[in-house]
Ligand binder design. Sequence first.
Ligand SMILES: Nc1ncnc2c1ncn2[C@@H]1O[C@H](COP(=O)(O)OP(=O)(O)OP(=O)(O)O)[C@@H](O)[C@H]1O
Ligand SMILES: [Mg+2]
Length: 235
Amino acid sequence: MLLEVNNIQVHYGHVAALKGVSLEVEEGDFVTLIGSNGAGKSTTLRTISGLDHPSVGEIIFNGQRIEKLSADKIVKMGIAHVPEGRRVFKDLSVTENLLLGAFTRDDKQGIEDDLEKVFQHFPRLLERRNQSARTMSGGEQQMVAIGRALMSKPTLLLLDEPSLGLAPVIVQEIAKILVDINQQGVSIILVEQNAELALELARHGYVLETGKVALEGEASGLMDNDHVRKAYLGI
Ligand SMILES: Nc1ncnc2c1ncn2[C@@H]1O[C@H](COP(=O)(O)OP(=O)(O)OP(=O)(O)O)[C@@H](O)[C@H]1O
Ligand SMILES: [Mg+2]
């Protein structure tokens, strides 16, 4: 198993954001977390990437306990997180933003090769590589954020609401790229409000409700589940 999250609890002051969440990601897997606002999706990703720490429970990545490690140690181990909102450095160029994603690395040739690969995934970024991130559209900034995460050479990529606020045609373009990235061997955990898209892309799904896993299973099965259809697919 690539990642095992065992019964984690996360508190913000007196608020219990996660009340015992468990999930698993196999090597090469594409997993999605769906759920309403405040269910704990972002907190789950933040805890896996070391931005938050659980008060109870453990997180095991490649056989090693990581729940107490700092975020930059976790990046080095191979987990990259694209947070909610598109956080790019607006005054820097596209290429400079991408290279920041490689801050934990010192293999110059590898970094150049990976920059090339990111431009293959995102030809729009190659065309605009010297442009400042501020002048990029929302969709292009999301591509920069994903590209920057790839520059750390992750084995596991965590994506928090990549489709938020983007036009359907850009959402489809990014979705296709996520599938390509996964097919090249990077495991993915995708958090999405757009449950339909998420369940189409992923193989396994977890439904979070108020800090707990309410349902889990094959994405195709969840898509046929009555509760999921009513609560998240609006059918
Ligand atoms: N920094 C914080 N301080 C206090 N409470 C927080 C903090 N971050 C999250 N919470 C609370 O934890 C719970 C889970 O929040 P989280 O952001 O993980 O939800 P989410 O599923 O990502 O929701 P959304 O779909 O709105 O992004 C919520 O009740 C939220 O108010
Ligand atoms: Mg969130």
